[in-house]
Design a protein around this ligand. Structure first.
Ligand SMILES: Nc1ncnc2c1ncn2[C@@H]1O[C@H](COP(=O)(O)OP(=O)(O)OP(=O)(O)O)[C@@H](O)[C@H]1O
Length: 697
């Protein structure tokens, strides 16, 4: 591609002011440095203040002013955010540059998540850092499986008192890496019940690292860790840094220590660095996100960063903002900002008391339908909750009433066993050393258990070519019927590059197994066909596997039947997955202590602070109407000592008595409500039991 626009743009003459739609602060952020490489910039962007809009304008502004798009690194929280941003940049630039904008923005190839960019750079520099560029990437579940394998090999699964489970081991490992902390500190702070195992954990992690290296796999954390380590080498850091004139990072409040260290290594004095975020929306500390990154950004450099604060909110009414501002005003530490808006409304957010979760579900269903009658599509309405399982009773109610919905943030499409099976086959073909993938695939065959799979893997390692290793491996008698088909599949996937038809090839091989293993094979087959469609959008097997592992598509839980794309459906989402989105009407379930804040997070002050921010994020998603629902009692299942029982809940502590005037409080159903044409219950009480007894006396 040739980029010739620069010459004609040395003295840009704009036909119209393409930044005119921005407010003064947005414009200041966009124009910082006058379109040239400049000192560090921090944009503190309140909820709904046009952060995405501002960042997109900034990138467009740089390009319009001659920046080479191939030398711009743009890091976002998800792949979708990156592609939306790129499209937006193109639209903005097109206003000034016409068709040239499309050519230029195509050059914006370094846009993606930290992890995806890390994976690309590591493949690029692999040979310089002793890495085989054909590495495959383990998602969390694969990593936990490998951790388990190693734990087993070290005999730690057979200890007398119980050694931490694989998931806990991985969580500890991951936190040490991402928080750039040491094992002792992490154990003391976050996993105190594991302190007695410090020495064994250390041994386990060392063996886990060895196993990953032997198998040529990287886990999520490695993508950042290797990148950071690579940057610690001055010659490589300098080379890498020299590739990018501008580095822009979105959602900076959710980056962790490791990500910060990468940025600082790339741009030690902050030149060309722009980060955008909102400390009040930092909600990912469970992934070791560090709110201090954004709080301390201005003082990280020899010359302090410029700070621009966006306070004007374009999303919500003033009544909603007043309530949200009040909630976040109680936060212990923050960049002070008070969101304001010109959108006036007398409709205060509702604080709705219901008796229990069943009534909560009825409340939502009735109001959603009512709103639809008034002309609000289901898609303009969302129901948000702290934990994925909180929506259970509501999902049942929606299904009963035939209200279609799509749920975000629960089980991911890619987490389902059949999708993982198929992906494991592809991964194994891509990297035959990947034991987790190999084990999974081979054990799909009847007659192959862990020990036969291990022997087959060893045979592959010993052989000159893994395909030969498999061909000469004597499979157990029970597997004889299926083994040749598997070997044939593996060797054809290794030898030919038939992307994306590889996936169909794998599915055809997998289908008989699918039918044998799962009762609902038909629905699962539909998922695999969908996976084939997704695959068609990727240029190669490697890109497909990498991108899908790093940023899997959100799943839909569709008990009411999968809605088609153009159909209308209600959004159900965890608060975490609702980040960055907005709806006309928002219902927040379970605004009670124990749910927000979660009862898992009531220990440390920092955890409570994060729960407060979660409520803030939920509230600031609403444009016109916000309902916070507080069920008074919950049914709790099978708690060890007490069995099933009701527990009573109280309003979330984040809405204090002093804030109540900012809400309209209602009880639902209203005491005298007409229940769907039924008369209210009579107030008399009769003792029928006594009457029954008296019949026989
Ligand atoms: N200058 C502007 N004039 C009018 N509307 C604007 C302007 N800037 C942004 N908006 C609108 O404000 C809304 C919020 O913008 P955006 O989604 O970019 O916010 P955000 O800061 O990313 O929000 P959050 O951080 O809460 O997710 C959008 O509907 C957008 O179109």
């Amino acid at each position: 591609m040739t980029l010739t626009v620069r010459d004609s743009l040395d003295q840009p003459t704009f036909e119209h002011d393409y930044l005119a739609s921005l407010n003064a602060e947005q414009r200041a952020a966009v124009e910082h440095g006058g379109g040239k490489v400049a000192g560090p910039l921090l944009v503190i962007a309140g909820a709904g203040s046009g952060k995405t809009n501002t960042l997109a304008h900034r990138v467009a502004h740089l390009i319009v002013n001659g920046a080479d798009p191939r030398r711009i690194l743009l890091m976002t929280f998800s792949r979708r955010a990156a592609s939306e941003m790129t499209k937006r940049v193109e639209r903005i630039a097109a206003r000034v540059m016409g068709d040239k904008a499309a050519t230029l923005t195509k050059g914006l190839t370094w846009a993606g998540t930290f992890h995806a960019i890390g994976a690309r750079l590591l493949r690029d520099y692999a040979l310089k850092i002793g890495l085989d560029p054909a590495f495959t990437i383990h998602d969390r579940e694969d990593s936990a499986d490998l951790m388990n394998l190693v734990r087993h090999e070290l005999g730690l699964s057979k200890t007398e008192s119980r050694f931490p489970a694989k998931g806990t081991c991985l969580a500890i490992y991951s936190r040490v890496v991402n928080a750039q902390s040491d094992l002792k500190t992490v154990l003391a702070k976050s996993f105190p019940w594991c302190i007695g195992w410090t020495a064994e954990l250390k041994e386990l992690f060392a063996a886990y690292v060895d196993a990953k290296q032997a198998q040529n796999v990287l886990d999520y954390d490695d993508l950042l860790l290797w990148w950071a380590q690579m940057c610690a080498e001055p010659a490589i850091a300098e080379h890498l840094s020299g590739r990018f004139d501008h580095i822009l990072v979105d959602e900076y409040q959710d980056t962790n220590r490791l990500q910060e260290s990468i940025l600082l290594a790339l741009k030690p004095d902050g030149t060309g660095l722009t980060v955008v975020g909102d400390d009040a929306q930092s909600i990912y500390s469970f992934r070791a996100a560090e709110v201090r990154n954004i709080l301390d950004f201005p003082i990280r450099f020899p010359e302090p960063a410029r700070v621009v604060t966006l306070e004007r909110n374009y999303r919500s009414t003033d009544a909603i903002l007043n309530a949200a501002n009040a909630v976040i005003a109680e936060a212990a530490e923050r960049f002070t900002k008070n969101l304001w808006t010109e959108r006036r409304s007398a409709e205060k957010p509702l604080l709705v008391t219901v008796r229990d979760e069943a009534e909560q579900a009825s409340y939502v269903a009735e109001h959603v339908l009512e709103a639809r009658e008034e002309g609000f599509a289901l898609k303009q309405q969302a129901v948000l909750f702290r934990a994925s399982h909180h929506s259970g009773p509501l999902e049942v109610e929606l299904t009963r009433r035939n209200i279609p919905f799509v749920k975000f943030g629960g089980l991911k499409f890619l987490d389902s066993a059949h999708v993982k099976d198929v992906l494991a086959v592809l991964r194994f073909a891509e990297n035959p050393k990947d034991r987790v993938a190999g084990f999974r695939v081979m054990q799909l065959l009847p007659g192959i258990g862990p020990s036969a799979a291990a022997s087959a893997m060893e045979a592959m390692e010993r052989a000159l070519d893994p395909v030969l290793g498999l061909q000469f491996f004597r499979a157990p008698a029970r597997a004889e019927a299926d083994w040749p088909g598997f070997v044939e599949l593996f060797s054809s996937l290794r030898s030919r590059s038939g992307w994306p038809s590889d996936l169909e090839h794998v599915r055809l091989w997998y289908e008989p197994h699918l039918e044998r293993i799962h009762e609902d094979a038909t629905t699962r087959r539909a998922d695999l066909l969908q996976l084939e469609q997704i695959a068609a959008g990727y240029p190669s097997r490697e890109r497909f596997l990498t991108d899908l592992t790093l940023d899997p598509p959100e799943a839909t839980s569709d008990k009411a039947g999968p809605p088609h794309r153009d159909e209308d459906y209600l959004i159900l989402s965890t608060i975490h997955s609702a980040k960055g989105q907005e709806w006309t009407k928002v219902f927040v379930l379970n605004a009670v202590d124990g749910c927000i804040p979660s009862d898992l997070a009531v220990g440390e002050r920092e955890e409570i602070e994060e729960e407060r921010r979660l409520l803030y994020v939920a509230m600031t998603r609403a444009k016109d109407s916000l309902h916070l629902i507080t069920p008074q009692r919950f049914f709790v299942h099978g708690q060890a000592a007490r069995g099933d029982q009701h527990v009573y809940a109280s309003r979330t502590r984040f809405i204090t008595d002093a804030m109540l005037e900012l809400f309209s409080q209602i009880f639902w159903p209203p005491p005298m409500a007409d229940h769907g044409g039924q008369p209210p219950h009579p107030t008399v009480r009769v003792d029928l039991k006594a009457r029954m007894r008296s019949m026989w006396r």
